[in-house]
Design a protein around this ligand. Structure first.
Ligand SMILES: [Zn+2]
Length: 456
């Protein structure tokens, strides 16, 4: 959905790639030798319960030099300044994750974000969002590069040799930072979540692509030789990986956390095939502008920009004391997730395709006991808008099977246990108001149709 988090799911990816790479090796060995079966190497669970230190900072520093040499070669970027590195205990790494999380979002932002996901019907009511994310991230962390202090740290509880791929990934972040300045993405403007997610996908996709290339090298392979179908297979494995915390996560959280890695990887691979690694470097100047561009490389290449939507302030329509507590952009990926929560994935993908731009806002009363969600979207054509209008209506009917329906041409109002939901289509635009107090939706809609809709 919106907020990125710089502490990735690297361990998960490492497991997936570790599982995947030996399988590829086995495949080629099988083809060469004609052997009947080749045992697959079982992935090692890196996030082991045993947290005893087995690695020293000196060892990490020595291996940093070795791995950096190869990463620099693959990526075609020179190390400009030596990087500080060291081994950290699980407790130290966990403390850093929590600190970073707290720096990125205030408690009120976290509350409003959770409330928004609740209003979209994507997480259960009362879901402990902050606690869950922290648990999820600390469970899987293995190493990180912090652009604020320019230091690289690796888990001290895993054998060093098996952490080389993690190092290759993190050291790519070092090169990115030295050449393209990662800090400029750290405090991204509010309400620009879709673009922020897209940039995050470039950063993580780039680092994951280098990590895969690094893993493939000893087999005489490289990223560009991996068929597109195999890359898709890696991304599918990511969202079904056998990680208990991740499996227990609501779809929206799991898929949002994986997106920068999975689709970022596919995007980077296309960029490398098309324009070599120089193209990836150039992308830090010509930044991806939306998750739509990450999902469809051609739209990045052809510079298809999002339509800028600026919601009119409808707060007066909801009553005294009401306030806007959250505002952001959903993007094609956000709409895909929202639709897929209640519809078939393929249907959701098709309906979200054709996205042009959007903005959503959450309004809450003074006591924060009532909330209304509003989103206005623009679509590439009237047909795309109609498709989305129908898909969102079907979604709403599935979400509230008992709802009373009142429809006229291009407008449907559902009476639901959580208030009124209004869905209205006008040419290329669709307006949705969800959870409004009875009688408030129509007045708010009249105001919201005055919103700014135009190219950036
Ligand atoms: Zn990363």
């Amino acid at each position: 959905m919106s907020k990125r988090n710089s502490w990735g799911l690297l361990i998960l990816l490492l497991l997936v790639v570790n599982e995947w790479a030996p399988a590829q090796k086995a495949k080629s060995a099988k083809a060469k030798s004609g052997a009947k079966s080749v045992a697959q190497t079982k992935a090692t669970t890196v996030a082991a319960a045993n947290s005893k230190a087995v690695v020293t900072s000196e060892q990490v520093a020595a291996m940093t030099d070795e791995v950096m040499k190869q990463v620099s070669e693959i990526r075609g970027l020179q190390l400009l300044h030596p990087v500080k590195s060291g081994a950290k205990s699980r407790a130290e790494i966990e403390a850093m994750v929590v600190k970073s999380f707290n720096e990125e979002m205030t408690p009120e932002e976290i509350r409003a974000e959770a409330k928004t996901m609740e209003a979209f019907g994507l997480i259960p009511k009362g879901f402990k969002y902050r606690e869950f994310i922290i648990k999820l991230l600390t469970e899987q962390i293995a190493g990180f590069y912090d652009p604020k202090i320019k230091e690289f740290h690796l888990a001290d509880w895993n054998a060093l040799e098996m952490q080389k791929p993690v190092m290759a990934h993190e050291l790519t972040h070092v090169l990115q930072d030295q050449h393209f300045n990662l800090l400029r993405f750290d405090k991204w403007p509010k309400a620009d979540g879709d673009r922020e997610t897209a940039i995050h996908a470039l950063i993580e996709g780039d680092a994951l692509a280098v990590m895969i290339d690094y893993l493939m090298r000893p087999m005489g392979q490289s990223l560009t030789k991996i068929p597109a179908a195999a890359l898709t297979q890696i991304t599918t494995m990511m969202s079904s990986a056998d990680m208990p915390e991740l499996k227990a996560a609501p779809n929206v959280i799991r898929e949002s956390l994986i997106f920068p890695y999975s689709y970022g990887l596919i995007f980077t691979a296309e960029l490398v095939k098309d324009q070599q690694w120089q193209g990836v470097s150039a992308a830090y100047e010509k930044l991806p502008q939306s998750t739509e561009q990450i999902l469809h490389y051609a739209k990045y290449k052809n510079n298809e920009l999002p339509v800028k939507i600026t919601l009119a302030d409808a707060v007066a329509a909801f009553g005294a004391g009401w306030k806007t507590t959250n505002k952001d952009t959903h993007g094609e990926f956000g709409y895909y997730l929202t639709l897929a929560e209640f519809l078939d994935k393929e249907e959701a993908r098709k309906a979200a395709d054709g996205w042009g731009g959007d903005q959503y806002a959450l309004y809450e009363n003074a006591a924060k006991t009532a909330a209304t969600l509003v989103h206005l979207s623009a679509w590439d054509s009237d047909v795309d808008a109609q498709e989305f209008f129908h898909a969102y209506s079907t979604r709403t009917a599935k979400r509230y099977p008992q709802s009373k329906v009142n429809s006229s041409a291009g407008k449907i109002v559902y009476g639901t246990p959580e208030g009124e939901t209004l869905i209205e289509l006008r040419a290329k635009n669709v307006l949705v108001i969800e959870g409004a107090t009875a009688g408030k939706a129509e007045g708010a809609a009249a105001k919201l149709w005055e919103s700014g809709i135009g190219k950036e």
